[in-house]
Every structure is written in structure tokens, then in C-alpha cells.
Design a protein around this ligand. Structure first.
Ligand code: 5GP
Length: 116
């Protein structure tokens, strides 16, 4: 079972480690996953530190909505007209390895259901 490790994504936000950034604004950052599991695999993260999905509060609702608007825009930008998958892993049993909320945007191939 994967274990939560250091908050690498905060280091990416702070430009302490490099990433292939595809979108940035005052609220969020999107960049290519270092180990892509699909032809398109982008991570969309809030700049606010929210470690896990279950830490989201009502006050975060506009931010979370914004992340989804950005995901939809990026899906269009990457030509995923046939569909795509969004994934948020939460905590150990959900398969989360980086303790900073992130949406996986994956596309360019067929996905199975149910996921593994
Ligand atoms: P999780 O397993 O937490 O849902 O997803 C974490 C994702 O972050 C994984 O898909 C992993 O490949 C990606 N990742 C881990 N470290 C880095 C890194 O340093 N740079 C980038 N771009 N992606 C990373």
C-alpha cells in the first residue's frame, strides 16, 4: 500500500523543483505527471495546501470548482474530445502518495471500470 511522502507539490509550486507546467494562475497549477499512466496525464493542484480530499471544507468550494473548470479547459486543449478520466486519490487506501490535493486528468486511451 503506498505511503504518503513529503509534500513534493509544494516544492513544485514554490519552483524549488522543476515541473512541466501547462497552466498556472493565482489559485492553481497544472503540470505533466512525472510517471504518466496515459498519453495525457496532467495533475491539477491548488496553491493552497489542502493535504487530502477529506480535508476540504465548505470555504474551499469555489477553489475546488475552479480546479474542475481548469481540468475541463485542459481536456479541450489536449484534444480529449472522446473523453477522459479525472481521479482524486485520498489517503492510503485510496492510493494517495503525495499529501497535497490533486486531480489527475488522464486521457488518450480507454479506461477500465471498475478501476483497480
Ligand atoms: P497520487 O498517488 O498521490 O494520487 O498521485 C501522485 C502523482 O504524482 C503520481 O501519479 C506521481 O507519478 C506524481 N509525481 C510524484 N512525484 C512527482 C514529481 O516530482 N513531479 C511530477 N510532475 N509528478 C510527480
Amino acid at each position: 500500500m503506498p505511503m504518503l511522502t513529503d509534500n513534493l507539490f509544494l516544492k513544485i509550486i514554490n519552483k524549488e523543483i522543476p515541473a512541466k507546467v501547462v497552466y498556472e494562475d493565482d489559485q492553481c497549477l497544472a503540470f505533466h505527471d512525472i510517471g504518466p499512466k496515459a498519453p495525457v496525464h496532467v495533475l491539477i493542484i491548488p496553491k493552497k495546501v489542502i493535504p487530502t480530499h477529506d480535508a476540504i471544507t465548505e470555504a474551499d468550494a469555489p477553489l475546488i470548482g475552479h480546479l474542475h473548470v481548469v481540468a475541463a479547459r485542459l481536456a479541450t486543449q489536449f484534444g480529449l474530445t472522446d473523453g477522459y478520466r479525472l481521479v482524486i486519490n485520498c489517503n492510503n487506501q485510496g492510493g494517495q502518495t503525495v499529501p497535497h490535493l490533486h486531480i489527475h486528468l488522464m486521457g488518450g486511451r480507454d479506461f477500465l471500470w471498475p478501476p483497480g
